[in-house]
Design a protein around this ligand. Sequence first.
Ligand SMILES: [Mn+2]
Length: 312
Amino acid sequence: MDDIKKEIVEAIKQYSTIIIHRHLNPDPDALGSQIGLLHVIKHSYPSKVVHAVGEEVGRLQFIGRMDVIPDDVYRDALVVVCDTANLSRISDSRYKMGKRLIKIDHHPDQESFGDLSWVDPSFSSASEMLVDLCLGFPDDLKLNKEAARAFYTGIIGDTGNFQKGKISPGTLEIASILRSYNFQPERIHNFLNIKTKHSSHLQRDIMMSYKRTDKGVAYFVMTEEMLSKYDIDRTEASNLINTLSGLKGVRIWVFFIEYPEEIRVRIRSRNTPIDSVARMFNGGGHPFASGANIPTWEAVDQVIHALNQVCP
Ligand SMILES: [Mn+2]
């Protein structure tokens, strides 16, 4: 494991242009790991050219903004992809135009890619992995306030304020080191916890009309019509998934969200592994947090049936 980290650090040292990607529909960890790494490299090697690319999400712009770059920047570049399990999920398909590709991710390794790949699902987040990398090579990769702020945002995003996901003693040690930089963590908590009026109305509707099976599978269907009625974008709507998390007797909770070409399924679970079901429906992820895709509403019942089956 330490060898791969060393090779990654050597590659970063070697290239003068580095372009950092992450997954589509970015969450705080995707952006936090990407922007944090950008600041670490800029701070440690001021003469290198470093870019972060991908689509932006308005409410997460506080983490950092994306660069718009022409194709030819990729010619001799090192490309690093953070927090992304599969090639098809990478935001900005130009990742393949670089000289060398590195994957750094904490999702189970369903599809390995890259010339160098460091995948370790024991970490809470890709952001935590990158801090671990910096701490292992302090002379080569130096943290600063901007990097610490971004990485901290990623860790609290993927752990839901240290309440869920993989939280090890190491996660908390890393959080503590990050907090020693002077970046006002309370402002980040505020940014991430703020809810719009629209989303609180939708949340009320979810609580009033979700369905539940005898096995403890709670689910809610979000149609296009509903999203436009509440004037809410899909990312914000899908982030309400944990509205269903704290209900007594609910083991697994699911959102079905209508997209133009498909229906995306978000699945969360308290302690019943559900990633096998996600894989049955063209998806994957973590044992207790996965995503899937179904072609039509008819498949909703099949997903619910499969989830009932994995309940004890
Ligand atoms: Mn992540």
